[in-house]
Design a protein around this ligand. Sequence first.
Ligand SMILES: Nc1ncnc2c1ncn2[C@@H]1O[C@H](COP(=O)(O)OP(=O)(O)OP(=O)(O)O)[C@@H](O)[C@H]1O
Length: 274
Amino acid sequence: MNPAPAQLAAPATGAADPSAPTDGGLRIQAVSYGYRGRRGALPAVDRVSFDVPRGGMGVLVGPSGCGKSTLLRLVAGLLEPDTGSIDVGGVTPARLRAQRRAGFAFQDPGLLSWRTVRRNIELPFDLAGLPKDRAWTDHLLEITGLTEWADRRPRELSGGMRQRVALARALATRPEVLLLDEPFGALDEITRSDLNLELLRILSDTGTTCLLVTHSVDEAVLLADVVVVLGRRPCAVRAVLDVPQPRSQRRAARDTPEFSARCRAVREELEAGR
Ligand SMILES: Nc1ncnc2c1ncn2[C@@H]1O[C@H](COP(=O)(O)OP(=O)(O)OP(=O)(O)O)[C@@H](O)[C@H]1O
């Protein structure tokens, strides 16, 4: 979509052709949302538009409190836009949620201490009253490197391993869309970087479309196919950066001038939008 690697595209203002067919990915068009409280309305999201291709990774960056989590909650179907529309693979977020086709993971892994790793991963099946899919759970354990830990309890795991359990649980129902709110925020840089690359591998394996919130510009540029830079609350899109680099090359790309140039472009836009 973007002509040059470090070039930021101007924000779409909902002007993307609404009749253009989505490719089964995520399309957000001119979405606005405000919280309503006793003290009146608090606008949080202002006419946000962007697309994430099917199987792609969209990353939201923006100042603290600008409305990133709100945007994620709108895509999750936990909130409804005041105006605008969200299309996830041809359905609304509310429908996606009802059909359990979205997975979530947040900064706090929120594991159940009395359940083993396997039973934590299987929790979404229990909550939905669905039969477990043992072969899929085995696969998730394998791709998240947790096979040997399947029968342990969360207290026996490191922070990074707990985050991986939360990720596997988010993928349990084979969601078409994965929504991640700072899933690795509490981890040290090396563990976080390893988990990021692992996440890319897992998403490539599962073909899942992902929308992730982070405060780290490097993480955004490392992970994203599309970086969406948001301004201060109520967040509007300041710029969109496409990262047209195959996932297999992301690890090596971190040390290149192109990577630094992309990070710089995002940082400059963030600073300008504060
Ligand atoms: N349930 C709520 N009711 C009222 N206001 C809310 C609610 N949740 C969030 N807000 C407000 O909406 C604004 C955006 O919050 P949000 O959590 O989306 O920001 P964020 O960009 O994710 O923040 P951070 O980067 O600090 O996590 C903030 O001003 C916040 O106070």
